[in-house]
Design a protein around this ligand. Structure first.
Ligand code: GLU
Length: 261
């Protein structure tokens, strides 16, 4: 199966912005093993800005664009250096793909992206995708950014024709209420359609270093489900759960892709 795995900054880094070494090592080990088992894996990784913040010892996520871009440029290096080194230990080659909105909005450029992804997978490479935060900016009236990696991962899943998108987050899945505030909140194991009622369950939160939240995850779910791809939201705390997720066993919340797509 072709599986896109999206990891957020909260999974990869401590709240200090520095790399969560144990977590990343586990993640790389499991992804390498799934690849050895015959799955094609594409990683959509956040963490460029967060890791740049850590490396540059900045006080927090920068508010101004040039510092944000500088942090992303520094952090993206750190991120790829880490992945290259760790995946290399298991004999896997990685590739870095940095996208802006225009790369997937224009059909010709989107085809180029699809072609390179196809070729990388044929060459048995594990592509690692992120938004090109060092140059992608929003100017007045012109949006050249995708803005967050939940949507980016859904776009990538569509472009490569994935059967499964796994979004690893700092929450176990979609709940009936915010579990951080409501003791009665229950995890919803399966969603067959993202209805307005389901959308109403999404709060607007995100962590201090990342930029997503449940709303962007539901938007991603809608995108991939329409194309026949399943999506799972699960907690990135335990990368080993990816074995169960790939095998179709219940973990987190599974959004079922349209089977007639
Ligand atoms: N592209 C951003 C980064 O690498 C992350 C976007 C997101 O958190 O969704 O820091």
């Amino acid at each position: 199966m072709k599986i896109v795995v999206k990891v957020g900054t909260s999974t990869l880094a401590h709240s200090t912005g520095r790399l969560n070494i144990r977590r990343v090592e586990e993640l790389v080990k499991v992804l390498s093993d799934l690849k050895n088992a015959g799955h094609q894996i594409i990683l959509v990784s956040s963490g460029a800005i967060g890791m740049g913040v850590g490396k540059l010892n900045l006080p927090g996520r920068p508010a101004d664009m040039p510092t944000k871009q500088a942090a992303a440029a520094v952090g993206q290096c750190e991120l790829m250096y880490t992945y290259d080194r760790l995946f290399g230990q298991y004999g896997h080659n990685v590739a870095q793909i940095l996208l802006t909105r225009e790369d997937v909005d224009f059909p010709g450029r989107r085809r180029n992206f699809e072609n390179v992804m196809g070729r990388l997978l044929e060459l048995n490479v594990l592509p690692i995708v992120n938004e090109n935060d060092a140059v992608a900016t929003d100017e007045v009236g012109v949006s050249t950014t995708i803005g967050e990696n939940d949507t980016l991962s859904a776009i990538v899943a569509g472009c490569v024709g994935a059967g499964l998108l796994v979004i690893l987050s700092d929450i176990d899945g979609l709940y009936t209420a915010d579990p951080r505030r409501d003791a009665d909140a229950r995890l919803i194991p399966e969603v067959r359609a993202v209805t307005p009622e389901v959308e109403a369950l999404a709060g607007g939160t995100g962590s201090a270093l990342g930029s997503g939240g449940m709303a962007t995850k539901l938007k991603a779910a809608k995108l991939v489900m329409a194309g026949g791809c399943d999506m799972v939201i699960a907690n990135g705390r335990e990368p080993e759960k990816l074995y169960d997720i790939a095998a179709g066993r219940p973990v987190g919340t599974r959004f079922i892709g349209r089977k007639d797509a």
